[in-house]
Design a protein. Structure first.
Length: 74
């Protein structure tokens, strides 16, 4: 069953993102940054904030940011 409390915050995920071959951590951080950036396209949250929201270690977030940058996604 769908929890309707979240119905207004549903985000469409384009198939190209599904097909990008991202790890679960890469996908999570990318989606968090995309949500934070909105239509402006810029997001500069602190690494610790990303780690807290995504429930990851700071070192994992740094590794993911490096990987997403190498992929040309950031």
């Amino acid at each position: 069953m769908v929890d309707h409390r979240f119905a207004k915050s549903v985000l469409f995920v384009h198939s190209s993102l599904d097909d990008a071959g991202l790890t679960a951590n890469e996908f999570r951080v990318y989606c968090h940054l995309a949500r934070r950036a909105g239509s402006a396209g810029d997001a500069f949250p602190a690494v610790q904030k990303v780690a807290d929201v995504c429930r990851m270690n700071r070192d994992t977030v740094w590794a993911v940011l490096k990987s997403l940058t190498a992929r040309g996604m950031l």
